[in-house]
Design a protein around this ligand. Structure first.
Ligand code: MN
Length: 748
């Protein structure tokens, strides 16, 4: 075997055009390195490159191209887009070598040293994860653990994910969905937390391209179409600003950039306005180049110039220069009324702030010590991550979910009685605050005052709150505390305390069981195993616990057993009494109007053998892009690819995803829920709507509910349609009716 491998490698080589392609990619990587490197670095990078080229020689990517192009490109992203140095570049080149080839971890350590060894090891997936609920979560937990040792692990992981997302097109659709779900569930928020703004934005856009392709194309086309107008507008807006900036002699740049497709889509969704009515499709950014000590002063000076020309909207002023965001972001934002009454967001920042905003964590080290307050933003966060990890009991899914709270987009700023600023994720409660001060303060927290008023422990903190905690030795966490906390730290600590208490309580049950078994002359371990299996407990602890709380009756259970030769033996029951339920409902419930089974291909084969149902969260209909998800308890569900609930499931249980495609049939009928809003121009509106639907379109209405208020109405209409095309036509026709302002298919 070993022998044949050696021969294979000698014989195998790339065709010339691929050799050139690989060399070019490598040159591109070298050219993109932004930090100073010396000859030793250059040599080491080259050694890593040659090792990777050789190790991956037999592998190809899904697209058919040589696999080695992947690690080279990941290294290039690290260098060019995150600004990392030689250690990270070498580790990125080697990141898949141990996982996928014959090269061992020991060889890496020996050739490249311990530091790179640790990083590469952190990037290698765990082996043999078959008996765990979520291999994805286990692997992610491993990455986070190494993150605490060397932050570069997670930065390289970001670059790795970015290249995979950019080249997702070569993957089959259900894999695309799984990878996109995982990306939007954890990688995009993590990129945000690390301050990698560009990477986060691109992640979100790439995910949307997979899960919501139509909307993505629609918005991207509209952005393109409006580009010329937008640029003209931006130039007009900027012109007077340039004049006054130039008069001050400050070195500056001005950019006008459209916002990301994903963020525009979010606005359309949350504000329920069409694309054309979104005022801030772009932001104008003024970047100045000044000495550190003048930063704040100059930013406000620019603010003052901007507002000399354009009227600001006071409630949209955000000063992250004085108090940076928890992810390190610094910038002064304002929204002003520009020409033609359009709202324009203006972001004012220095070159340093801009670099931190784009490259986040990676840039942070470069500027360490430049300003005082930023010193600890990342260290504080890393502490939280460490605490979340420490207080976990090995459940990876629980960990990932707790970890996610440390990534929250928004935060709330509160104060200790001494006036120290504490930053917590938005939604954090008074009890979260107690745990953030110290776990003992949390454990024994008995009363909380906010701004001198007593509040319940679950009180949601507001910006500027000042909080006093009273503790009492007799206080201890109980189960309800989990409902009153959101931060990973508090929840982890509470769970640990509850587990400890449960263990103590369970001891009483264990003793009772021991006595009972001893009285019956049965060996403790053997007898316990028989009972645990018989009662289907997952572990002994749960069994002991239930005995201790009298949730189960030991005496009654023992009646089902006899003792034979020191062993517990189940007494065989006689023929079970046939249970006849009178007036039992017919097993197959007839579906009122949609009495047909939708037909789908599952994993490329006709899905007749599967027992699937349409998910009620997103109500897919024939023609929607869908996938199948195998639930733990209720069979297979068909979801739309843009279903809001599915992301979480896919990210944690990706292996349960199966490909699903419609088998288009004519005699099908689906319920599509629409929300129609408009102006209530008298009694005719409802009539017109229902007439259009039933006579002109020939569709049936299954449900109809209308609410009116001061001349406006909102109707919820359940329509029976054959497929998506029919629905699209129906929406268009309804939209054209007089008095109707919007027709939207319900997404959730
Ligand atoms: Mn990779």
């Amino acid at each position: 075997m070993v022998f044949s491998c050696i021969i294979m490698q000698k014989v195998l080589t790339y065709p010339d055009h691929e050799k050139r392609e690989i060399e070019e990619a490598y040159q591109l990587l070298l050219d993109s390195i932004k930090v100073e490197i010396d000859d030793t670095d250059r040599e080491n990078i080259h050694t890593a490159y040659e090792l990777a080229v050789e190790a991956h020689i037999k592998q190809r990517r899904k697209s058919g191209e040589p696999y080695i192009l992947h690690p080279i490109e990941v290294a290039r992203i690290c260098a060019a887009e995150i600004g990392l140095g030689p250690t990270a570049i070498i580790s990125a080149l080697l990141h898949d070598v141990v996982e996928d080839t014959d090269v061992t971890q020991e060889e890496i350590n020996a050739r490249f040293g311990e530091k790179i060894g640790i990083i590469v090891n952190g990037l290698t997936k765990l082996d043999g994860l078959y008996n765990v609920p979520s291999p994805q979560a286990e692997n992610f937990k491993k990455v986070i653990k190494t993150l605490l040792v060397d932050i570069r692990v997670v930065l390289i992981k970001m670059a790795d994910r970015m290249h995979n997302m950019r080249t997702l097109g070569a993957m089959p659709q259900h894999k695309q969905l799984k990878i996109a779900a995982e990306t939007s569930f954890i990688y995009a928020p993590l990129a945000h937390r690390l301050g990698l703004y560009n990477i986060k934005t691109e992640f979100q856009d790439l995910c949307m391209k997979v899960t919501d392709a139509e909307k993505y194309e629609e918005i991207s086309k509209k952005l393109e179409d409006s580009e010329k107008d937008r640029n003209e507008y931006i130039n007009k807006f900027i012109r007077p600003l340039r004049k006054s900036l130039e008069s001050t002699g400050i070195e500056y740049r001005i950019l006008g950039r459209p916002k990301s497709i994903y963020s525009i889509y979010n606005k359309i969704k949350t504000k329920k306005v069409p694309f054309e009515e979104i005022y801030d499709l772009f932001a104008v950014r003024v970047i100045v180049s000044v000495l550190p000590k003048l930063e704040k002063q100059v930013c406000w000076q620019v603010y003052s110039m901007v507002t000399d020309f354009y009227k600001p909207i006071p409630e949209r002023l955000k000063d992250w220069v004085t108090t940076p965001k928890a992810n390190g972001y610094e910038s002064l934002h304002t929204t002003v009324v520009g020409p033609q009454g359009r709202f324009v967001e203006v972001q004012i920042r220095t070159e340093r702030m801009d670099e931190i905003a784009e490259r986040g964590f990676a840039a942070h080290w470069k500027y360490k010590g430049v300003t005082s307050q930023k010193e600890n933003v990342y260290e504080q966060w890393l502490d939280t991550v460490r605490e979340t990890l420490e207080s976990q009991d090995g459940d990876a899914i629980e960990f990932v979910n707790d970890f996610k709270t440390s990534l929250y987009n928004e935060e709330v700023y509160v104060y200790t009685p001494k006036g120290d600023l504490i930053i917590l994720p938005k939604g954090a409660t008074a009890l979260d605050f107690a745990f953030s001060i110290h776990s003992d303060v949390g454990y024994h927290c008995s009363a909380i005052k906010v701004n001198n008023k007593l509040v319940p422990m679950g009180y949601e903190l507001q910006n500027g709150d000042q909080i006093w905690i009273t503790t009492s030795k007799n206080q201890k966490p109980n189960k309800s505390w989990l409902k009153m906390t959101v931060t990973g730290k508090a929840r982890g600590k509470i769970r640990a305390a509850l587990r400890e208490e449960r263990k103590e309580q369970a001891e009483f049950g264990k003793e009772a069981l021991g006595r009972k078994l001893k009285n019956n002359k049965v060996d403790f371990d053997e007898g316990t195993d028989v009972l645990v299996n018989h009662l289907k407990y997952k572990n002994r602890l749960d069994f002991y616990y239930d005995i201790s709380t009298d949730s189960i009756n030991l005496a009654a259970i023992f009646k089902d057993f006899k003792v034979e030769g020191g062993k517990l033996v189940l007494i065989e029951e006689e023929e079970p009494k046939a249970k006849v339920e009178e007036n039992a409902p017919p097993i197959k419930r007839k579906r009122a109007e949609t009495d047909f089974k939708p037909r789908l291909m599952i994993n490329g084969e006709e899905g007749d053998s599967y027992d699937y149902t349409l998910a009620t969260c997103c109500n897919p209909l024939q023609g929607d892009r869908v996938f199948a998800y195998v639930t733990a308890a209720s069979g297979m569900k068909i979801h739309r690819t843009n279903c809001p609930n599915a992301t979480h499931l896919m990210a944690n249980y990706g292996y349960r995803i199966m490909k699903a495609e419609w088998i288009m049939t004519a005699n099908s009928s689906f319920v599509a829920d629409l929300v129609i809003t408009g102006i209530d121009s008298g009694p005719g509106v409802i009539e017109k709507m229902s007439h259009t639907i039933s006579s002109r379109m020939g569709l049936n209405i299954r449900s109809f509910h209308i609410d009116g208020n001061e001349g406006y109405f909102e109707a919820q209409v359940g329509l029976l349609v054959q497929n998506k095309d029919q629905l699209i036509l129906a929406i268009r026709d309804l939209q054209n009716l007089e008095g109707i302002s919007s027709v939207v298919r319900v997404e959730e």
